[in-house]
Design a binder for this molecule. Structure first.
Ligand code: URA
Length: 242
């Protein structure tokens, strides 16, 4: 069944600002639906992409309805949380409107503060659950730079599916390491445990100097500049979840 919402509530959920301000804008005719201004904030509208295709607010097409999925090229020094002591949250890289949305936009999993690369964000509970659930085995690929040269044994140990991390009771799923040069490699994981890459190399006596996520499933940064974001297209999301 299609959901209906009061127009002022819908626009407030999409992060367009305080409800009072939205109501005043609606009364001034700033919400236009198929060429006709709807000036009653309490009017109920159908909340579907199809129904709102021809709607504009303040002259712009309406922001994505929930669920929305975006990708961000995370720089070092930013946290995957809404607040940080240093004030460097990846959500500050996004338009303010995104931070005001209901339901809240959250990261799909986390990258450490010093890790760079691809992180997804969504406001769709089911999508976040599907993207993070271990049974879906969505690959994550990292570019890793190490403090010490690779010994040559890492690929076999990581692929074995027997490596245990300290204070855990289940071995890691097999992971694929490809050496690039003496101290750099790529690593493909099928799960996401806490500080997993750093702990995997620490278990073998090495240290990760820098870590960059290249890919999540079939999604990559595709030329997205550091600090920039983009929408994940519906067809890409479907491919990711299929
Ligand atoms: N593994 C880590 O150790 N850190 C990250 O940020 C991601 C994977």
């Amino acid at each position: 069944m299609t959901q209906k919402l009061r127009l002022d509530r819908l626009l407030s959920n999409l992060g367009y600002g305080p409800r009072r301000q939205i109501q005043s804008h609606i009364r001034k005719g700033k919400f236009v639906f198929s060429g006709r201004a709807i000036s009653d904030p309490s009017e109920k509208v159908e909340v579907s992409k199809q129904a709102l295709e021809n709607a504009t607010y303040e002259g712009e097409p309406l922001e994505h309805l929930a669920p929305m999925v975006i990708k961000v090229h995370k720089p070092a020094g930013y946290v995957c949380a809404h607040h940080d002591e240093d004030g460097l949250s990846i959500f500050h890289l996004l338009p303010e409107r995104f931070r005001l949305r209901t339901p809240t936009l959250t990261t799909v999993g986390r990258l450490d503060k010093d890790t760079t690369g691809l992180i997804l964000c969504s406001d769709g509970g089911d999508i976040i659950h599907a993207l993070t659930h271990p049974k879906n085995h969505i690959e994550k690929e990292y570019h890793v730079t190490l403090a010490d040269p690779l010994s040559g044994e890492e690929a076999d140990i990581f692929a074995s599916g027997t490596l245990m991390l300290r204070s855990e009771d289940k071995p890691l799923l097999p992971a694929t390491l490809k050496q690039i040069d003496e101290k750099t490699c790529t690593l493909i994981l099928h799960e996401g445990r806490y500080h997993q890459v750093k702990r995997m190399f620490a278990a073998l006596g090495n240290k990760v100097e820098s870590l960059h996520r290249i890919r999540v499933g079939a999604l990559s940064l595709d030329g997205l500049e550091e600090g920039a974001w983009d929408y994940v297209r519906e067809e890409d999301l479907k491919r990711l979840l299929s």
